[in-house]
Design a protein around this ligand. Structure first.
Ligand code: ADP
Length: 167
């Protein structure tokens, strides 16, 4: 989208913990309830190359141990990749998802309601913080990540009921 209406697209991944726990439907309901529109979706088992492309700066930000733990976690099962569309969709989706570490994520957010792991616990065990969802951090990241995960013809245009009510 990317026009002056403020309508944006953002990339969401339901991570392997969300898929394995069978909470995909309940998480998707959160986005649908907020009238965010699903315009693309697919299930993917990540490989090392896609891991590098998606989390290209994670090793620089957190170091090799966290990157390795995340690579193990993200390749431990399939993810459900989605593109969501809506007004200020990037920020709105992050608001619904909540802060990175579930112990700090408030009730009402997906990470706060479906997990409680802390950064300290994950680091002490050398495991990834399993926090159910990835959502693009800003609009530039969203554009880049959507292109990493989806071809242009995999993003579908259709009228949603929400659009009848101007979202
Ligand atoms: P976010 O997903 O909220 O944008 P980051 O981009 O900072 O967060 O981190 C990417 C992902 O890496 C997090 O969602 C989490 O799964 C994992 N992660 C972040 N910090 C750690 C850590 N210290 N130890 C293990 N995993 C981490």
């Amino acid at each position: 989208m990317g026009n002056d209406t403020g309508v944006e697209q953002t990339l969401v991944l339901l991570k392997p913990d969300a898929v394995a726990r069978g909470v995909v439907g309940r998480i998707l309901t959160r986005f649908e309830d907020a009238m965010l529109k699903i315009v693309a979706s697919k299930m993917v088992w990540m490989d090392a190359e896609l891991m590098r492309r998606h989390y290209f700066d994670l090793e620089d930000r957190f170091g090799p141990a966290v990157y390795k733990a995340m690579a193990v976690f993200m390749q431990s099962g399939p993810v459900l990749a989605l593109v969501l569309e809506g007004v200020d969709a990037v920020a709105c989706t992050r608001k619904l998802v909540g802060p990175t570490y579930p112990d700090q994520a408030p009730p009402g957010t997906i990470r706060g309601d479906f997990a409680h792991m802390s950064q300290a616990y994950a680091n002490a065990r050398g495991i990834a913080v399993a926090n159910l969802v990835h959502a693009s951090g800003n609009t530039d990241e969203a554009k880049h990540e959507i292109a990493v995960w989806f071809a242009a013809d995999e993003i579908v245009e259709y009228p949603s009921a929400a659009e009848r009510f101007e979202r």
